[in-house]
Design a protein around this ligand. Structure first.
Ligand code: NAP
Length: 241
């Protein structure tokens, strides 16, 4: 089954942009949402009548219900909503910067809840559809390097699990994706080795979006984090991972 109408929030770069490109190439009409309008316009120009651009800051949560209605009306239907917006500012090992922390909670978590609540309401009524949240392996443990990024991804996973438990009885899929490292603007400064490219990640995410539940993108990540999750805290604390 092909998707025919989709919303991608966080569509202007990285994984979100690659998801829009793949969906559009498969014939899906996609609403591409983010703040950088020039990036979205470029996508809309490449895929005329298929990619619809909407400039929106996910921190403006009170505007989401009206925008959601406008977007679904413009699309003429909806069977997939993907929330990919995310930020991970650099945080020093001894730094506690509430402004950075609040921004991560707003973009990675509150924005997701604002958008995916709307998707849940619609799909509960239409009794079909798929909701996909891009979490991270980073949510599997509280690590010393990124306390609040880890927190937002853990909370997102719990929220999505609860949505899944609510919506499965209506035939709605709720999918949590937990990627490992991907080469994008977010991670450019980290010079990651063995990182996946965004297009490969997008292809895997769309494949896994067919199956409700929680998915790592690679078996090796699932295995590694199955072990990491079980390391007792007093030992984990000393490992500095
Ligand atoms: N890269 C990795 O290694 C990795 C690993 C695991 C999970 N992830 C997750 O994957 C998702 C995509 O990240 P990426 O790696 O593709 O990074 P990216 O290239 O930096 O893309 C981030 C996207 O989020 C959007 N965004 C940020 N702030 C926003 C705001 N206030 N309002 C609306 N949109 C906003 C950006 O659009 P604008 O700036 O134009 O608004 C952009 O489209 C994120 O949730 C990230 O946490 C990434």
């Amino acid at each position: 089954m092909q998707y025919r109408h989709a919303i991608v929030v966080g569509a202007s770069s990285g994984v979100g942009q690659a998801l829009v490109e793949r969906l559009a190439m498969d014939g899906c009409k996609v609403a591409a949402i983010a703040r950088r309008g020039d990036r979205l316009e470029a996508l809309a120009t490449r895929f005329p009548n298929q990619v619809l651009p909407y400039v929106h800051d996910v921190a403006d949560v009170e505007t989401v219900p009206d925008l959601f209605q406008r977007v679904t009306g413009d699309l003429g239907g909806l069977d997939l909503v993907i929330y990919a917006s995310g930020i991970m500012p650099e945080v020093g090992l001894t730094e506690y910067d509430f402004a950075k922390d609040r921004a991560m909670v707003q973009v990675n978590l509150l924005g997701a809840i604002a958008w995916l609540d709307q998707a849940a309401i619609r799909f509960q009524n239409t009794k079909h559809g798929a909701i996909v949240g891009i979490g991270s392996v980073a949510g599997d443990r509280g690590r010393c390097g990124q306390p609040v990024y880890n927190t937002t991804k853990a909370a997102l996973a719990t929220y999505l699990e609860a949505l899944r438990n609510r919506l499965s009885r209506y035939g709605v899929r709720v999918v949590t994706i937990k990627p490992g490292p991907i080469q994008t603007e977010m991670t450019a400064h980290l010079h990651l080795r063995n990182a996946m490219n965004a297009d490969t990640a997008a292809e895997m995410i769309l494949r896994k979006s067919r199956f409700t539940g929680e998915h790592y993108l690679k078996f090796s990540h699932w295995l590694m984090f199955a072990i990491i999750k079980r390391i007792p805290s007093p030992i984990f604390r000393r490992l500095r991972i």
